[in-house]
Write a protein that binds this ligand. Structure first.
Ligand SMILES: Nc1ncnc2c1ncn2[C@@H]1O[C@H](COP(=O)(O)OP(=O)(O)OP(=O)(O)O)[C@@H](O)[C@H]1O
Ligand SMILES: [Mg+2]
Length: 312
C-alpha cells in the first residue's frame, strides 16, 4: 500500500434489534484503487457501505473519507462522494438527460450532462424515458448519477447484479475507467469473478465481519493455493474406488466428489499430480473419461474461510 489513504473505517458496529448486521469492521482503502466487499446475501455489505456514505447511523465506529469524519461532518464528506444505491429509485417518466440534470441540481458543482452521457455511453438514450431502459442502461444511468458531482470517492452497490455477461464486462470497463481518472472506487459484489477481475483488493465479508483482506492473487495464494483437477470415471459406480486410488497420488491435498460425476483433486503440485494421473491412465490402472484443470479462485478462498460456498 504505497498510495495515500482515501478511506479509513474503524470498528463499525450496526445492530438491528438483536441482529448484528455489522460486527466490528475495520479497513482502509487507498486512493485510486478499486476496493471490493465480497460476500453472500445478508453479509452486511450494503449496511457497511451506507454507513460509510453517511446514509445510515452506526452504533459504534468511525469513518474518515479524504480526511473528513463522515459522522461528524456528513455534508462536507458527501460533497466528495458519489453514491450508487443497490435499489436505485428513478422517476420513470423522466428522460435520461432530465434525470441527470435533476440529480445535478442537488449538488453545488455538477458535471455537464453531455459529458456524462458520453462517458456512460448513453448519448443515444438521452431522450428515452427511464422506464424504457434495459437493465444495463439503467445501471449505467445510476453510475452516471454517482459521477454527477465529480466525486473523489465512488461507492457502487452491486453494480452488475442481474446483467448478462457482455453488459457486465462493459460495466467493468467503465468502472476501470473511473479508477484511471484517479478516483477511488469501493464496490460490493457477490460475484467472485467480478471481485477477482476488477478489484485491486478485496475484503471477504460474512455474517457482519471481514475475515480477510488482500489482493485477489494473495488471497488465493494464502488460503487456496494450487489447483483443482476434475476427473470423470468411465463408469459412475467406479467413482468411490477411483477416488481412493487418486487420494494417494503425489501432491494431492484432498479429494471430493463434485456431484456431477467428477472427482475433484485438490493439489499444491499440479504438474506432479497430473503427471502421475496420466501415468495411472496409461498403465490401465485407472480408466477415466475426461480430465480438466482449474486454478483456485476466490470461491475456494471463501469456502476455506467460512466452510460454505458464496452462492448456495
Ligand atoms: N433496515 C433494516 N432493518 C432490519 N434489518 C436489516 C435492515 N437492513 C439490513 N438488515 C439486516 O442486516 C443484515 C445485513 O444486510 P445487508 O443489506 O447489509 O446485507 P448485504 O450483504 O448487502 O446483502 P445483499 O447481498 O443481499 O445485498 C441482513 O441480515 C439484513 O436482513
Ligand atoms: Mg446489499
Amino acid at each position: 500500500m504505497t498510495a495515500p489513504v482515501a478511506i479509513e473505517v474503524h470498528d463499525l458496529v450496526k445492530r438491528y434489534g438483536g441482529l448484528v448486521a455489522v460486527g466490528g469492521v475495520s479497513f482502509t482503502v487507498c486512493q485510486g484503487e478499486i476496493f471490493g466487499l465480497l460476500g453472500p446475501n445478508g453479509a452486511g455489505k450494503t449496511t457497511t457501505l451506507e454507513i460509510m456514505e453517511g446514509l445510515r447511523r452506526a452504533d459504534a465506529g468511525r469513518v474518515i473519507v479524504q480526511g473528513i469524519d463522515v459522522l461528524a461532518h456528513p455534508r462536507q464528506a458527501r460533497a466528495l462522494m458519489g453514491v450508487q444505491l443497490q435499489e436505485a429509485g428513478f422517476f420513470e417518466r423522466l428522460t435520461v438527460a432530465e434525470t441527470i440534470t435533476a440529480f445535478g441540481r442537488f449538488h453545488r458543482q455538477s458535471v455537464p450532462v453531455p459529458q456524462l452521457l458520453s462517458r456512460l455511453q448513453l448519448e443515444e438514450k438521452a431522450r428515452t424515458l427511464v422506464e424504457n431502459l434495459s437493465g444495463g442502461q439503467r445501471q449505467r444511468l445510476s453510475i452516471a448519477l454517482a459521477l454527477v458531482n465529480d466525486p473523489q470517492v465512488v461507492f457502487l452497490d452491486e453494480p452488475t447484479t442481474g446483467l448478462d455477461p457482455q453488459a457486465r464486462r462493459n460495466l467493468w470497463d467503465i468502472i476501470r475507467s473511473i479508477r484511471e481518472e484517479g478516483r477511488t472506487v469501493i464496490l460490493t459484489t457477490h460475484y467472485m469473478d467480478e471481485a477477482e477481475e476488477l478489484c485491486d483488493r478485496v475484503a471477504i465479508m460474512d455474517h457482519g465481519t471481514i475475515t480477510a483482506i488482500d489482493t485477489p492473487v494473495s488471497l488465493i495464494q494464502t488460503y487456496a493455493p494450487g489447483a483443482k483437477v476434475f476427473v470423470a470415471p468411465h463408469r459412475q459406480e467406479d467413482e468411490e474406488q477411483i477416488g481412493q486410488q487418486l487420494r494417494s497420488l503425489p501432491g494431492v491435498a484432498g479429494v471430493e466428489s463434485n456431484g456431477n460425476g467428477e472427482i475433484t483433486l485438490l493439489t499444491g503440485q499440479l504438474e506432479v499430480t497430473v503427471g502421475a494421473l496420466i501415468e495411472l491412465g496409461r498403465n490401465g490402472e485407472v480408466h477415466y473419461r475426461s480430465m480438466r484443470i482449474e486454478a483456485s479462485n476466490l470461491e475456494d478462498v471463501f469456502l476455506k474461510l467460512t466452510g460454505r460456498r458464496l452462492r448456495e
